[in-house]
Write a protein that binds this ligand. Sequence first.
Ligand SMILES: [Zn+2]
Ligand SMILES: [Zn+2]
Length: 332
Amino acid sequence: MNTQLRLPRAAFMTGLITLAAALPAAAETNIVTSIKPLELLVRAVATDDVTVTSLVAPGGSPHNYTLRPSQRRALEQADAIFWVGPEVESFLTRLLANNEFSGRTHQLMGQTDNHSEEAPHADDDQSREHNDHHEHQTGEEKHNGHSDEHAQTDDEHNHDHGTGDDPHIWVDPQHALEMARAIAQTLSKLDSTNAQVIQQNLQAFEQRLNAREASIREQLEPLQNRKLFSYHSAFTRFAEHYGLQLQGVLTLNPALSPGAKHIAEVQNQLKQAGSACLLTEPQFNTQWWKSITEGLDITFSTWDPLATDIPATPEGYEQFQQSIADAVLNCR
Ligand SMILES: [Zn+2]
Ligand SMILES: [Zn+2]
């Protein structure tokens, strides 16, 4: 080591530390998201000094979550709050409508009146029925489909992202990118953040995500004809995005036990499929579906739509995408 170089450098470092100590402490940025996948999207674009927490605790489901008093305080202190919308986090609907949170609350699912779906789906009628239970509210931020670039670069991928009914938009990578853009825009407007770095992070995320998406498309190619069933509709948009054969959804509302008529229908679908793979989820440990699959040729695979075990790092969302693909690969 060259001491002649080290000495001035040490002096320079000391100078920096003194300078930093003299400056007022940088304002903290506190972001609250409803669910972990949104936390991952914030982490992908935010700088390291931004604090991000999500409300739905591990093991919980946004469909039937109950907010704790401490979480109400976290919301009060948040600089920005991101959620999907009333069709997913119904526990937040009334609270976030409060004046106290307006201006800080960002709904990421844009509600449109146009509900036409270009690619008809096996459970289209079911999901429509599911959505009719909800009011269609107009979100503050609308995301009406994707950029033309996306449509042009991928001929096979021509489903309409903007008008689909299913509210589990975060499992579709291009929807996730749209949300990351909206998040980046919101974060950039906060006084305590660095808009230039956020923009760089967003661009890097887009590149990594597109690469991951292409890789997953290749990995899933051999499973294009595998008959899949999912526990609830959270898997639908992932299946549509990658052209997978989702034959049916076991429950329309995961917070409730399905009716006898619906169970009979699903059981019939499973029988007719001959050989199928059922994608279950750790949040819903109800075992009623075990009895209806008895004696049938069913492979089980678990995936987690809430990314519970994915580390909250800038690369977390891509790992989440891969974890869903891995669950499908386990159906082989
Ligand atoms: Zn769900
Ligand atoms: Zn898509």
